[in-house]
Write a protein that binds this ligand. Structure first.
Ligand SMILES: [Zn+2]
Length: 337
């Protein structure tokens, strides 16, 4: 019995090479947009149709096995083509399938096209889930955390508020309830749940690192374990340090005599103060590098840069002013020579 071919990729508006994540994102966006509860009158009926189709596309493309089976039908089918599963297939290969008519999946809101391809598998899966044996691993969560220079170097403990997907309480994560797509979760099987977690941040994490925290992701379902939390580490400028990758930069104010004669001075770094030798003849704007006193890198540490600014001390004594006058006289003599 020929049915109309449905292009599930077109339904979800994703390319054929779309990743699992892209498919999920596309699905969630569309499912929310076309949720029948958000529409009224004629628009509601249209949304219901669209909603069914979106769910059907997701049922197929989110399941590796179903997606592979669907992909094997080949790329040459166009939406609306007359499709006969018994005679479909690339290169004239014939798929044999028995008894599509035995499965009435209308209650779940699936098309004849879906039933003709997946009817048997689907009925089988539903039976399994009905016995309560279904379980799956919780979703992994990606989050980002900004740490100060001090926290990156020494570690810290943070309390995070995370939005974690957990199994829908109405359908138990099964996406279907009362013979149809679950409305509470729009058929995603998950609802977003905000949770607070305490996280121990180890010392010496580098900006851009990803910290995996086992079991802090979305809740698993059934016997499935909880997902993991992946924390992407970002550095935030702090304590007067500018951040550039793993390098730090700050200003170093020196006095005219230090600029001319050079000096030894102590400068603060996030790793504690260090002795710095100033060469004679420093200019404003010059950058001095102190190796390995920046933020952690994948191995070792970045560098610390000091931008020189020449300033005068807050107060000058008469004796100092007299000496400056001498310096001026000498300079003017030199210039007039
Ligand atoms: Zn649900």
């Amino acid at each position: 019995m020929p049915v109309k071919f449905i292009d599930y990729y077109e339904v979800l508006k994703v390319p054929r090479a779309a990743s699992e994540k892209e498919i999920k994102q596309a699905y969630r966006k569309l499912a929310r947009e076309h949720h029948p509860d958000l529409h009224q009158g004629d628009a509601k009926a249209a949304a219901e149709e669209k909603f069914k189709l979106i769910n059907e596309a997701y049922e197929v493309l989110s399941d590796a096995e179903k997606r592979a089976k669907y992909d094997r039908l080949g790329k040459n089918w166009k939406a609306g083509d007359e499709f006969d599963f018994d005679h479909a297939g690339p290169g004239g290969r014939t798929y044999t399938y028995h008894g599509p008519a035995d499965f009435d999946l209308g209650g779940f809101g699936f098309s004849d096209f879906f039933a003709s391809i997946f009817g048997e598998d689907f009925a089988h899966n539903r039976q399994n889930s009905g016995s309560g044996q279904m379980s799956y691993r919780g979703e992994d969560i990606d989050a980002e955390i900004s740490l100060t220079v001090d926290e990156l170097i020494h570690g810290t403990e943070k309390e995070l508020r995370l939005s974690a997907p957990s199994p829908c309480s109405v359908c138990g994560g099964q996406r279907f309830s009362r013979g149809g797509v679950c409305r509470s979760c729009a058929g995603t099987g998950v609802t977003e749940e905000t949770k607070k977690v305490k996280v121990k941040i180890p010392a010496r994490l580098h900006p851009g690192a990803s910290l995996r925290l086992k079991g802090l992701g979305g809740k698993g379902y059934g016997n499935g374990p909880d997902g993991d939390l992946y924390l992407r580490i970002k550095a935030t400028p702090s304590g007067g340090w500018q951040v550039n990758g793993s390098d730090l930069e700050t200003e170093l104010v020196i006095y005219p005599d230090q600029a001319v004669l050079g000096d030894k001075t102590q400068v603060p770094t996030p790793h504690g103060p260090v002795q710095l030798k100033l060469q004679p003849g420093l200019h404003s704007g010059q950058r001095l590098r102190i190796r390995e006193k920046g933020l952690p890198k994948e191995s070792g540490f970045g560098d610390l840069y000091l931008r020189v600014r020449i300033d005068i001390p807050p107060e000058q004594t008469e004796a100092e002013k007299e000496l400056y006058q001498k310096i001026r006289d000498l300079r003017q003599n030199n210039e007039n020579r």
